[in-house]
Ligand binder design. Structure first.
Ligand SMILES: Cc1ncc(COP(=O)(O)O)c(C=O)c1O
Length: 374
């Protein structure tokens, strides 16, 4: 790449900083669970970012990092390997800077997410094997003389874990609550960047909060946590965004104090049931977070503990309307959510929350069963 024009780089950084200033923080929702008095669940609702997921933060950081490293110039094609959500946000930032953007993704990525990338001005390149996305992205970047943003390597270092991040926002928003230091934060790992930011922030601020990783059963991460020699796993999960076939460079295992492996059907059941229960549409990785969170809360309740647990509403179920919220799609893949739905209903002590297939509906379509405060 020819040395990027410094004025263009300066102006681009300024544009991104202006965008940040125009954006509002996301809400921390308080969910009252009548079945678990003394315990409170909080959801960091990242769906309200302009590009619909927690990846808005990461995309902004990756662009700034690449610009400040001299890797992006006015004629660069920007390329990323992604399961979709990051690419949606990166397409938005590429357009903000007037750059071509190509997302390399598994062919199983939902049509909804592909459409959002295109709507944000990006291009989609699909590969058959999820493990092929990295090599294909490098090939395209080399072929176009462009920049491979490489979220899986750079997520943990592009994000400032001391200030101005999701962890600081969560703990600030908790500061007036009854239990202002949550007992647990539960999150999934795609790149591992979000977990690394939260884990580092907890230590930096000297907080007693513990970090739990919620991981799809077919992901390598929980296997790696049990045995650090395990670095790859040839499993397939239908939960997009989290769980990986290889331990990514941005995954910092030492920050995680507990791991819960979640079957895909349990994640889907949790996404569907909780979408109704809280009146906010939840995607698959949020279902994984919620399933693990409710298991921990159940344990805390059984032990007579009081306190708070925070987890993340990563993206909306609308992005999975044609897959995780479609019964025929689930049946074809022999995914049976019913047993998990019943378990959830018992945990929540609310009969019948999922009596209809629980497709994501406009938020006001049915009254939420839980009291959810912003
Ligand atoms: C929907 C969704 N949830 C969660 C994550 C995990 O975040 P991280 O990459 O910071 O580990 C991702 C990552 O792509 C995602 O797309």
């Amino acid at each position: 790449m020819t040395p990027p024009c410094r004025e263009w780089v300066n102006a681009s950084i300024r544009r991104i900083e202006m965008e940040r200033t125009r954006c509002a923080e996301t809400h921390l929702l308080k969910v009252e669970l009548p079945s678990m008095p003394g315990l409170t669940l909080y959801l960091k609702d990242e769906t309200t970012h302009l590009t619909g997921s927690l990846k808005h933060r990461l995309a902004r950081s990756l662009f700034l990092y690449a610009l400040c490293n001299g890797r992006i110039g006015p004629n660069s094609t920007v390329v990323e390997a992604s399961s979709g959500s990051t690419a949606v946000s990166e397409a938005y930032f590429a357009r903000l800077l007037g750059l071509r953007f190509i997302a390399v993704m598994p062919s199983t990525t939902t049509a909804e997410k592909q459409a959002e990338i295109v709507a944000n001005g990006g291009e989609v390149h699909l590969v058959d094997e999820p493990g092929e996305i990295y090599a294909a992205a490098i090939r395209i970047a080399d072929g176009t003389g462009g920049c491979y943003l490489d979220q899986f390597t750079f997520a943990e270092r592009a994000v400032d874990w001391r200030v101005d991040n999701i962890a600081q926002s969560i703990f600030h928003q908790m500061s007036e609550e009854e239990h202002r230091v949550p007992t647990w934060v539960v999150c999934g790992a795609g790149t591992g960047g979000t977990a690394a930011t939260i884990g580092r922030y907890i230590r930096y601020r000297g907080l007693a909060t513990r970090l739990c990783l919620a991981d799809p059963v077919e992901s390598v991460y929980h296997r790696h946590m049990a045995d650090r020699n395990v670095r790859t796993w040839r499993g397939r999960s239908v939960i997009e965004g989290i769980g990986r076939p290889q331990v990514e460079a941005s995954f910092v295992a030492d920050l995680i104090e507990r791991t819960i492996a979640v079957p895909d059907a349990a994640s889907i059941a949790a996404a569907r049931v909780m979408s109704r229960f809280i009146g906010r549409s939840c995607g698959g990785s949020t279902g994984t977070n919620l399933w693990a969170s409710l298991l921990i809360m159940q344990e805390m309740a059984a032990a007579g503990e009081r306190g708070a647990l925070v987890t993340i509403l990563c993206d909306s179920g609308e992005r999975y309307r044609s897959t995780l919220f479609e019964d025929t799609w689930l049946a074809k893949r022999k995914l049976s959510c019913a047993p998990y739905q019943r378990q959830l209903e018992a945990m929540l002590a609310v009969p019948d929350v999922s009596s209809d297939p629980a497709r994501p509906e406009p938020i006001q379509a049915s009254p939420p069963r839980a009291r959810v405060g912003g």
